[in-house]
Write a protein of this length. Structure first.
Length: 329
């Protein structure tokens, strides 16, 4: 049993120092001489403030109901204060609570005793039915209120260590994005050179067609007003116009694209682009694949850093694991 030895006062709190007289089972009773420790809940997580024996100061511990147990809490106390030789939890009748007991079930008690060395403290759990029946503390229960849902989200967020996961994931994405950027750099230089040549070539072709049409118009005007008359040149201009219509129809049947200046410019541009790609050994298939991967990585980075998407399921962040594994090989 424990006998009171002396009272220690720290700030506004008073603690009773006890002396152990036997090594048998310790009958701990909830007497007024035991110092009470109040527990509170903040953002769905229980917070307990415990006086440390070495420095005589108060220390705050945050418990995670789903992932933590009594042993984890005791180890946290021992790690925080090297002067703690023994720490354990007992119920009100003096029976020791096993270290494997989860905090989720420990919070179902109204009170329990916490022994630190020769000191015994009574931990008072808030008498709040909404907290005790919350789905974050009873995983088998169904969420009933908005407050319960907030408790569940906070508990899962803490147990899954999402903040650490996001930091690690962001680092992985940045590393892979850097590798892709390095591979794209020489391809971008070649692509820019090819694009400049293709753009100049397509412009020359379009201007050449314009000059041919202008020359045709000038020849018809000369023949109409100087060499011959309109009666003679009218059938010629008719057949020239109709031939142009037949040519545009043949163009559509061949390419399945309307005869427009934009589409014509694009077709000339890309035909020249593929020829120059073979000439300069530009692997446009690899380039397109790298650009697609870069777009996916940038999208995931933007989503990872977006404050509005912080609570989205993190499984979406694993969609590019195949890309990461590819570069690891």
């Amino acid at each position: 049993m424990f006998l009171p030895n002396k009272v220690i006062t720290i700030g506004k709190a008073s603690f009773t120092k006890c002396r152990l007289l036997t090594t048998s089972a310790i009958p701990i009773t909830a007497t007024q001489k035991n110092v009470q420790i109040n527990m509170r809940f903040e953002k769905g997580l229980p917070i307990i403030t415990v006086p440390l024996p070495s420095r005589k100061e108060l220390c705050q511990f945050i418990l995670r109901p789903i992932s933590d147990n009594v042993g984890t809490f005791c180890n946290s106390l021992s790690s925080e204060d090297k002067g703690i030789d023994f720490v354990a939890a007992y119920n009100l009748d003096g029976t020791r609570i096993a270290n494997s007991t989860s905090v989720e079930h420990l919070l179902l008690f109204d009170k329990f005793h916490l022994r630190i060395n020769d000191f015994v403290y009574t931990v008072v759990i808030p008498n709040n039915e909404n907290i005790k029946d919350a789905s974050s503390l009873k995983t088998s229960e169904t969420t009933r209120t908005i407050d319960d849902l907030k408790l569940l989200i906070s508990s899962l967020h803490a147990s899954l260590n999402l903040d650490d996961f996001k930091i690690v994931r962001e680092k992985q994405l940045l590393e892979q994005l850097e590798k892709i950027t390095i591979e794209l750099k020489p391809l971008e230089i070649i692509k820019k050179h090819i694009e400049e040549e293709c753009d100049k070539y397509s412009e020359r072709v379009i201007w050449g067609g314009f000059m041919v049409l202008g020359l045709q118009t000038g020849i018809f005007a000369r023949l109409t007003w100087w060499e011959y008359s309109w009666d003679i040149m009218e059938p010629v201009t008719y057949f020239a116009t109709f031939s142009t219509i037949l040519g545009t129809c043949a163009y559509y049947l061949t390419t399945r694209q309307p005869f427009e200046y934009d589409t014509l410019h694009g077709r000339i541009y890309y035909k020249k682009f593929h020829k120059l790609a073979k000439k300069y050994d530009f692997d446009y298939i690899k380039y397109n694949s790298l650009k697609k991967q870069e777009k996916k990585l940038n999208y995931d980075l933007e989503r990872l850093r977006d404050p509005l998407n912080q609570q989205l399921p993190f499984q979406r962040l694993n969609t590019n694991d195949d890309i990461i594994e590819k570069f690891k090989k």
